[in-house]
Design a protein around this ligand. Structure first.
Ligand code: G6P
Length: 612
């Protein structure tokens, strides 16, 4: 979390930095700040709150500087106030830093610096980090990049940092470890950012810095070195991001745009991979390890948040279709509990951002234990994508709304394709069923478009429940992870307490909560669990709970029991989550709007969680 951006060139830096910060705001919005160098003087402006607060504060007072750095913060050390906002100056004001990450040994470094006469204005690890560099520079009379390199060998933790200095006002130095940093190569100008979104409108040539690489930009040339001061040969990549995908395109919020994009994003995800006529399913990113996957005795899925829910659906798919045992792990638990991983086990990491710190650490652990790591990732060139052996991209396009929507359905689509491909290779599926499922998968974008037509009805239902304080979401089988996802969506953007539960487990606890005030969303589509779910609905009704049921179109029974029914198109059990999640996404969106919440930037959350 935290977004960083920097510019050096001939243009006015302030508007470039500001626009970049708006693009990166999904990474954190506790505070925003910029620093510019003009006539060898550093100007720092920083403000608690969103980037627009900063913009109001600067109020057009900055123009003319052609070098600068900017930061949007998700607080880790210290309150989200003006003082703790980045950029941070060193003690004598000659250096200024922006930082994404956490310096774990900042406490001891700080104490040492205090003992030697330094004092600090903020509570941040970043102010300690930059002052530490100033101290090294002074003590050894080192040039900036040498002092920086020495400091990097002594700090413990994660960082993507950029530094400017009054003594060398046409220089930027930067480095990364654990947090992302991308360098954009323009004509006589350079851009640095946490991801490519602030860069794409200026250049499509980028370099993704690797861990423990140091970048030195000296006016119009750059070099990359490692921590041993040895020059590295960078790999220049060409970006493939359409600028329009980063804008709201007529929708009020990114979340709504992304919900409505799903017919297309699912289609994009299947494009060039699935051919119903020939029965081909090509996953170009999984070739070398395709046999290892087919022969695996076990698959472990690691992920966080919504991606973890996609992993739960995948567990059902892989076990059912491929007959391979699957475990789905929260990456944050997996990485700290000495898990049993055997040589040849397949670990699949699922991540929208490709930067989630816990997921990244989980795959490192898995690799060290001899597992084969495959990534199912949306962001091209992200750390998880690059640190996986092979994998499949989602191709869902940039997801900006903090609540994940189109990435979830794209994850389900990719995981279904992997499962079908694998089942065909292993012979655990009949030809007829394989073809039926290909045809059905191919029809999903059109069915999602039909489900989206329910928007008005869902808005009306949401209005009736906007004051409710608690919700229960129930589902069985493939719809159980969808119940978890529906509850998560409501919690994260509407701040309403919601719990997802396997419908049958309700009687072991949550049933005690049910009264006439408790809305219960039941996903009761026509699948193998249908009759059982009908019984669960009756159990809720017997306790006077209010039922909002998601049913398959044409269902005549459940509408006689439920208070409200939402009919979605029919599909196979395996694919139902791709449809049943749509009304739940829409309901959380409308409830959040009606409750006056900021749906794209919910409080306390960030889209890319690069701290553990
Ligand atoms: C954050 C986001 C969630 C996301 C989770 C995992 O909590 O707010 O929307 O599901 O991180 O992120 P990833 O990028 O790894 O899918």
């Amino acid at each position: 979390m935290c977004g960083i951006v920097a510019y050096i060139g001939a243009k006015d830096a302030y508007p470039i930095l500001l626009k970049g910060l708006h693009r990166l705001e999904y990474r954190g919005y506790d505070s925003a700040g910029i620093a510019l160098i003009d006539n060898a003087e550093i100007h720092v402006h920083k403000k608690a709150g969103k980037v627009k607060n900063l913009e109001r504060f600067v109020n057009g007072s900055e123009s003319g500087s052609t070098i600068g750095i900017g930061h949007t913060r998700w607080a880790t050390h210290g309150l989200p106030n003006d003082l703790n906002a980045h950029p941070h100056l060193s003690a004598n004001g000659s250096l200024v830093m922006i930082h994404n990450g956490i310096i774990e040994n900042y406490g001891s470094l700080k104490q040492d610096l205090i003992n030697r006469g330094y004092s600090f204005e903020s509570d941040t690890d970043t102010e300690v980090f930059i002052t530490f560099i100033e101290d090294i520079q002074k003590e050894g009379n080192h040039p900036l990049e040498d002092a920086f390199r020495i400091a990097l060998t002594k700090v413990i933790g994660a960082y993507a940092v950029v530094i400017m200095s009054t003594k060398e006002p046409r220089k930027l130095v930067a480095a990364r470890k654990g947090s992302p940093l991308v360098l954009g190569l323009g004509e006589g100008e350079f851009f640095l950012a946490s991801d490519a979104t602030p860069i794409v409108e200026y250049t499509n040539e980028v370099i993704y810095l690797k861990d423990e690489e140091i970048l030195i930009i000296n006016d119009d040339h750059y070099e990359i070195k490692n921590l041993d001061d040895v020059a590295q040969s960078p790999y220049i990549e060409t970006l493939d991001i359409e600028l329009e995908t980063l804008e709201k395109g007529g929708y009020k919020h990114f979340m709504l745009k992304e919900i409505f994009e799903q017919p297309n994003s699912i289609r994009d995800c299947m494009r060039g991979r699935l051919n119903v006529d020939t029965g081909e399913l090509v996953l170009g990113g999984i070739r070398e390890y395709a046999n290892a996957l087919a022969n695996a005795e076990r698959i472990v899925i690691v992920a966080c948040g919504t991606s973890w829910h996609a992993g739960l659906v995948a567990e059902y798919l892989f076990e059912d279709l491929c007959r391979i045992p699957v475990e789905v792990e929260y990456a944050s638990e997996f990485r700290y509990r000495n898990p049993v991983i055997n040589e040849g086990d397949i670990v699949i990491a699922i991540s929208q951002s490709g930067e989630t710190a816990d997921t990244l650490a989980a795959i490192e652990l898995a690799k060290n234990k001899g597992a084969i790591v495959l990534g199912v990732v949306n962001t091209v060139g992200s750390s998880i994508a690059r640190n996986s052996y092979e994998g499949a991209y989602l191709h869902a396009g940039p997801e900006i709304g903090v609540a994940s929507t189109k990435a979830f359905t794209a994850q389900l689509t990719v995981l279904t394709m992997i499962a079908l491909r694998l089942a065909a290779k292993k012979g655990t599926i009949t030809d007829t069923k394989y073809h039926e499922l290909l045809v059905e998968l191919d029809s999903i974008p059109d069915k999602v478009a039909l489900a989206l037509k329910l928007n008005d009805k869902i808005e009306t239902i949401s209005d009736l429940f906007k004051e409710a304080q608690n919700f229960l979401y129930l589902g069985r089988g493939y719809n159980f992870p969808v119940a978890l996802e529906g509850a998560l969506k409501l919690k994260e953007i509407s701040y309403v307490h919601a719990e997802g539960y396997p419908a049958a487990e309700m009687k072991h606890g949550p049933i005690a909560l049910i009264d006439e005030k408790m809305p219960v969303v039941v996903i009761a589509t026509r699948d193998s669990s249908y009759d059982k779910v009908v019984s669960n609905i009756q159990e809720v009704k017997a306790r006077k709970g209010v039922i909002i049921a998601i049913v398959t179109e044409g269902d005549e029974l459940i509408p006689t029991m439920a208070d409200f029914t939402i009919e979605i198109p029919a599909t196979h059990d395996y694919l139902m989550p791709l449809l049943s999640v749509i009304p739940l996404q829409l309901m959380s969106y409308h409830m959040a709007i009606m409750r006056g919440c900021n749906v794209d930037q919910p409080r306390n959350l960030a889209k890319s969680v690069t701290v553990e």
